[in-house]
Design a protein around this ligand. Structure first.
Ligand code: SF4
Ligand code: SF4
Length: 109
C-alpha cells in the first residue's frame, strides 16, 4: 500500500513520459533512413552507386551527366551510400509524406 502511494505521488511530480503528438513533433533518430538524397555538384557520374544497388533503383549516364533514382524501387539499404567515392549520397533524417503521384529524383550535371 505504501509503495503504491509512493509511486502515485512520484508520478504526479515526474515529467510526462509521453509526447503530445502531433502538436509536439517527434525528433527523428540520427541514423534514420528517410529518402535517398544526393549532393549533385559533387557527383562524377562514375556509376558505382548504380552497380551496387540491389534494387536497380539508380540510373546513371556518364555521357549525359544524368543521375536518377526511383524512390519507389529503393529499399533504403545504403549500399550506394557506402560505395560512393565522392560521399555525395546520404539519407534524409526524416521520412517523406505519402505522395499521390510517382516521380523519380533526378540530377543533371
Ligand atoms: S557513386 Fe557517387 S559519384 Fe558515382 S555516380 Fe553515384 S552518386 Fe555519383
Ligand atoms: S539505398 Fe539501396 S536500394 Fe536505395 S538506391 Fe541505394 S543501393 Fe539502391
Amino acid at each position: 500500500m505504501l509503495t503504491m502511494l509512493k509511486n502515485a505521488i512520484l508520478n504526479l511530480v515526474k515529467p510526462s513520459a509521453t509526447i503530445n503528438y502531433p502538436f509536439t513533433p517527434i525528433p527523428s533518430a540520427k541514423e534514420a533512413r528517410g529518402a535517398l538524397k544526393i549532393d549533385g555538384p559533387l557527383c562524377i557520374f562514375c556509376g558505382l552507386c548504380s552497380k551496387a544497388c540491389p534494387a536497380q533503383a539508380i540510373q546513371v549516364s556518364r555521357a549525359d551527366k544524368h543521375w536518377e533514382v526511383d524512390p519507389y524501387q529503393c529499399v533504403n539499404c545504403g549500399a550506394c551510400v557506402d560505395v560512393c567515392p565522392k560521399k555525395c549520397l546520404g539519407f534524409e533524417e526524416k521520412y517523406t509524406a505519402a505522395a499521390q503521384k510517382k516521380s523519380n529524383v533526378e540530377f543533371n550535371g
